[in-house]
Write a protein that binds this ligand. Structure first.
Ligand code: HAM
Length: 427
């Protein structure tokens, strides 16, 4: 019996020639290290939360009637009868942890980042998975537009640092819950006579959560929506002023953006600023997105606290980097690969490996007693700079033959000097 990975999932594997970036674990380490480093630079500390949370937390935070909750959550019941949901995104769990652990007491402005998997029951395709990974950040306790600008700048800095050349920021505001409520009344009035022409999904959204009609990707809905009222006409003055200040900060930082009055994002928790980062090579799939959510912490039982953050899809940035031909880092190989010939040499290699590793020399050895040619091929495969050959003759003389894998030149080195010699020549 052979098993395939569950639909919409894939394995991340050790690097190998021809392996896609999405499946190459070294590329993931690079992404994660880059994000961690940038977060430290911007004053964010890491938070790790469970990959499942209570059903109610996820459903209420993301919003009943959103596509994620209506169609995409993995919900299950434990043997003890608890209703749980695999997290479809990071924000709800981070807010829950912020409240549970009363982090608002520790630091008035909380700056948290996270990296991890999320689960959505979507139709799998390139760039869309049932388990995907996000790098996210949340800035809590700061209501001013400076916070919005910083968060957007941090997201952009990630792509710039990775070397992604084509990236666009789309920006909008969804205002306060009150201005949105006024807009929804107008949107429903506009939609009612058009319902027979709309998709079944948008007819459902009309009943459950009319704002979410704007999330539709169906061509028949998109055409109708082009004449729908726009939210910006319903914004109160404070929302408009906040949005104007965010834009002026972005301009002051030299960050380009496109205003998109139809961008509302698929979550109910957003207030004021929303943004999405796109790449032309990904079509309508966003690289990342985020926004402000001033009511969410209170909604999950905490004190009234403003917040803003983002989630950046890690599979998608790897796909975009690959498609745009960006230079991705190569796997770092070993310093040395030990090739013992015969039983006695193999036994001698065991303590030798330990000595070399104590000297910080990255090394490995052949454990299978293969022929010299095969061992040298293996040394090449591990990216080793040197093969250290040890046979009966070498053992008798207390030396090893060190072969430079690039130049194919060899030299004899005394065993007790091997660590020093390899450290010196491998720099
Ligand atoms: P989101 O836009 O749903 O936002 O997801 C963020 C990013 O995750 C997307 O832009 C996309 O790159 C990636 N992503 C989402 N679903 C999939 C999938 N099925 N396959 C591959 N990649 C995917 C959020 O999740 C919010 N929590 C962001 C946020 C944080 N807002 C405020 N704070």
């Amino acid at each position: 019996m052979r098993y395939a990975p569950p639909k919409g999932t894939y394995d991340i594997l050790p690097p190998a020639p021809g392996r896609s970036a999405v499946q190459d674990s070294e590329k993931w380490q690079w992404l994660e290290a880059t994000f961690r480093d940038l977060c430290r630079l911007h004053g964010y500390a890491e938070i790790r939360t469970p990959i499942f949370e209570s059903h109610e937390l996820i459903h209420r935070s993301v919003g009943e009637g959103t596509d994620i909750v209506a169609k995409e959550t993995f919900d299950f019941e434990t043997k003890g009868g608890d209703s749980l949901t695999l997290r479809p995104e990071g924000t709800a769990g981070v807010m829950r942890a912020y409240v549970t652990n009363r982090l608002y007491i520790e630091r008035p402005v909380g700056k948290l980042f996270y990296i991890g998997p999320n689960f959505r029951y979507e139709r799998p395709q390139k760039g869309r998975y049932r388990q995907h990974h996000q790098a996210g950040a949340e800035l809590l306790g700061a209501a001013g537009p400076e916070a919005d600008a910083e968060v957007i700048a941090l997201a952009c800095a990630f792509y710039v640092r990775l070397g992604l050349r084509d990236m666009k920021v789309k920006l909008n505001t969804v205002g306060t819950p009150e201005s949105r409520a006024a807009y929804v009344v107008a949107l429903r009035a506009w939609a009612e006579p058009l319902l027979p022409q709309m998709s079944a999904d948008n007819r459902r959204r009309y009943e459950q959560n009319a704002l979410r009609m704007l999330d539709s990707k169906e061509p028949q809905d998109l055409e109708l929506l082009s004449s729908a009222p726009v939210l910006s006409d319903y914004l109160d003055e404070a929302s408009q002023a906040h949005f104007a200040a965010v834009k002026s900060y972005l301009e002051a930082m030299g960050l380009a953006y496109d205003e998109d009055p139809r961008l509302v994002r698929g979550f109910d928790y957003y207030t004021h600023t929303v943004f999405e980062i796109q790449s032309t090579v990904l079509g309508d799939k966003a690289l990342g997105g985020g926004g402000r959510y001033n009511g969410l912490i209170e909604a999950v039982g905490g004190p009234s606290t403003p917040g803003i953050g983002f989630g950046l899809g890690l599979e998608r940035v790897l796909l975009a980097l690959e498609e745009t031909g960006a230079a991705l880092p190569e796997a770092v190989g070993l310093d040395a690969f030990l090739c013992p010939l015969g039983e006695a040499a193999r036994a001698a290699c065991v303590p030798l490996l330990a000595t070399l590793r104590r000297s910080q020399i990255a090394c490995d050895m052949d454990y299978t007693g293969r022929r010299m040619k095969v061992m040298l091929e293996q040394a090449d495969q591990c990216g080793a700079r040197f093969a250290v050959i040890l046979g009966d003759d070498e053992l008798a003389q207390g030396v090893a033959t060190v072969r430079d894998m690039a130049t194919k030149t060899q030299q004899s080195v005394a065993l007790e000097a091997l660590a020093t010699c390899l450290s010196k020549i491998s720099g």
